[in-house]
Design a protein around this ligand. Structure first.
Ligand code: UDP
Ligand code: MG
Length: 311
């Protein structure tokens, strides 16, 4: 019998979990009627509310529920990885606990992959209704920049809600990097992906875990993780500065020889100093970003630490 593993990263989701569990059970029953088993793997990402308690309750009465609980908050990316490592299914699904990813789509997603037309079915929201305008603006900007800079394709509005076959799940598991940017990883591994579109849904309850600054940091991490263009940008900037200053030096020397008295322009000199020191610091900063990622990567720290589980 086929087995579908549903991975649900959960961080402080005590309000949404009961709603989620009810909906996913309805879908699971439809699957079972079609002779497909379903297991749910809840990954408690160091929640400080009753999330773990609720999950344990479900696990106690429902054999298809498994859980992993982290020793602290490691982030959604780590939770996804842990869940995928634990998943035994022929098919793996990633789904948020807040019902922004409609479980009703699951059967359709499953059919596309089972018929072997695609290796994965991903979802994207076509509207950003219910989201602050400024956030949508920066999100769009990020996708534009990211797609210019990086060779992999990152789809605007793509959610992490996705069903994939074993082949693709194993490919993702083989990427053991510490700085995980899942949206980039999906694109990087390749395979045939079918995109389903739907209107943005509001969270069923609770609050989003993403502040504006967290999102900004996340997008910068994504760029550093999947593109080396900023480094190239630094080199080009340096090169351009050299060429321009060489031309200016020639100009000053010739002017001195022909007309003499070139010892003026102190203020402009200061401006130029400050400008180029700025550029140097900027480029060093870019370099530093890559260095710090390399540093963390070479430490080979585990992606997550388990506190308890029932596997
Ligand atoms: N999440 C997590 N660890 C975190 C932040 C979020 O496991 O550090 C989970 C969260 O419980 C939810 C999913 O990731 O199931 C998406 O989070 P959220 O709804 O806050 O993000 P948004 O939908 O606003 O992008
Ligand atoms: Mg959400």
């Amino acid at each position: 019998m086929e087995l579908v593993s549903i991975i649900v990263p959960s961080y402080n989701e005590q309000e949404t979990l009961p709603l989620f569990y009810k909906e996913i059970k309805d879908v699971a029953n439809v699957f079972v009627e079609n002779k497909i088993n379903m297991e749910m793997i809840f990954v408690d990402d160091g929640s400080r509310d009753d999330t773990l308690k609720i999950i344990k309750e479900y696990a106690g009465k429902d054999d298809s529920v498994r859980y992993i609980s982290f020793s602290r908050n490691f982030g959604k990316e780590a939770a996804i990885y842990a869940g995928m490592e634990a998943a035994k299914g022929n098919y793996v699904v990633l789904m948020d606990a807040d019902l922004q990813d409609p479980p009703a789509l699951l059967l359709e997603m499953y059919q596309f992959v089972r018929d072997d037309k695609y290796d994965s079915v991903a979802t994207r929201r076509v509207t950003r209704k219910g989201e602050p305008a400024i956030r949508s603006f920066f999100a769009r900007l990020f996708y534009k920049i990211m797609n210019k800079m990086s060779e992999i394709d990152i789809v605007d509005g793509a959610r992490d809600y996705r069903l994939m076959n074993r082949k693709m799940a194993d490919a993702i598991l083989a990427m053991k990097e510490y700085n995980r940017f899942t949206k980039g990883i999906f694109g990087w591994v390749g395979f045939r992906t079918k995109w389903l579109e739907y209107e943005n849904k509001k969270r069923a309850a609770g609050e989003t875990k993403w502040s504006f600054w967290k999102l900004l940091k996340y997008s910068l991490d994504g760029i550093v993780g999947f593109s080396t263009t900023p480094l190239m940008f630094a080199s080009w900037l340096g090169m351009a500065a050299c060429i321009i200053s060489f031309i200016v030096i020639c100009f000053v020397v010739i002017r001195q020889m022909l007309f003499g008295g070139s010892a003026f322009g102190w203020p402009s000199m200061v401006c130029i100093f400050v400008f180029f020191s700025g550029i140097q610091l900027l480029c060093m900063g870019i370099l530093g970003q890559y260095l710090s990622k390399t540093y963390l990567e070479t430490k080979r720290r585990p992606i997550y630490i388990i506190n308890e589980k029932n596997l």
